[in-house]
Design a protein around this ligand. Structure first.
Ligand code: ADP
Length: 304
């Protein structure tokens, strides 16, 4: 697969569980390209696991279809399972196996590209190999799951809440691993309910609520939609009246000679005005994507 090729292609994918009256997943159409990390963001119960389990053919779609590397998720599921790097929300089927046995078993289903790489991952994630998975903490089990999903350097990775239970150091190691996967051209589809994490690790995000995709954006576009907050220290009395008139100024507050300015839009008029004054200090607070995500949810009935 070449970078930019569509690796995961969902068309109107819909799932209604038997005996229920609403779709757990409704009409999902998304594409994930090679070399792209796609974050699938939504609160508990939004339909993330349903999507992932459908893609892996553990459950079958009620309607719609999807392909992974051109293979149909239902008709070609055996081939897909052999090739895709998959990290499930839990490893409950394998709790009696030790980490070593589990990796060995999975390695037979999905032969590693190199033993050296598998060893490297075990070392990087300090994977505990000699205890049954059922006796490991959630985080330590997750680390084995990560090694398993990545060890054969798959072209497509499908990950369900991959960082759950990981401590911050291991989370960083995981983000590093994702970056490497992207560099070698893998397509990654990863669910998460953590906004900051998606912002950090993904190129694009789909926001799902009650089974429906309510927004899809590149992280770069989201950053542009975000308002910025500037803390500006003037040498003299701040020109607050003028600042308030600039298109894009949302809110201002003044403490002595310091102005805190919430701004959204074209920056040139702001800086043209600032250039007329002696500025002692200018700080920008981080773009608050979290605010934007929450706005999507508020507009669509709230994050529940
Ligand atoms: P998420 O992974 O985003 O937390 P899920 O995909 O697990 O959400 O769930 C989406 C919806 O489908 C929820 O309303 C959930 O209660 C329902 N659901 C999940 N699994 C089943 C099932 N096996 N049978 C019936 N309903 C289910």
């Amino acid at each position: 697969m070449r970078s930019g090729d569509v690796a995961i292609d969902c068309k109107n994918l819909t799932k209604r569980y038997r005996g229920t009256k609403v779709d757990a997943l409704h009409d999902l159409t998304i594409h994930v390209k090679a070399g792209e990390i796609y974050g699938f963001l939504g609160p508990n119960g939004a339909g993330k696991s349903t999507t992932i389990r459908t893609l892996m053919n553990f459950i079958q779609p009620t309607s719609g279809s999807a392909t992974i590397m051109g293979k149909d998720i239902v008709a070609d599921s055996v081939t897909i399972k052999r090739s895709v790097g998959y990290l499930s929300g839990d490893l409950s089927m394998y709790l009696k196996m030790t980490g070593a046995q589990f990796l060995e078993y999975m390695g037979e289903l999905q032969p590693p590209v190199s033993q050296a790489y598998r060893k490297e991952l075990i070392k990087r994630f300090q994977a505990e190999l000699h205890k049954p998975l059922g006796e490991l903490s959630r985080g330590n089990r997750q680390k084995i799951g990560i090694v398993q999903a990545f060890m054969h350097q798959p072209a497509v990775l499908i990950l369900d809440e991959p960082t759950s239970g990981l401590d911050p150091l291991m989370q960083e190691e995981f983000y590093e691993l994702l970056t490497e996967a992207r560099q070698r051209g893998a397509a990654v589809f990863s669910s998460s309910h953590i906004l900051g994490e998606v912002q950090k690790m993904c190129d694009r995000v789909g926001i799902i609520r009650e089974g429906r995709l309510i927004a899809e954006r590149s992280i770069a576009d989201l950053a542009q939609e975000a308002a910025q907050t500037f803390d500006i220290v003037f040498k003299d009395k701040p020109p607050i009246g003028k600042l308030k008139q600039i298109k894009g100024t949302k809110e201002t507050s003044v403490h002595g000679n310091t102005v805190t300015l919430h701004f959204h839009g074209e920056l040139r008029p702001l800086f043209t005005e600032l250039a007329q004054h002696d500025i002692l200090k200018l700080d920008t607070q981080n773009l608050d994507l979290e605010e934007i995500f929450l706005r999507f949810y508020k507009q669509n009935g709230g994050w529940k």
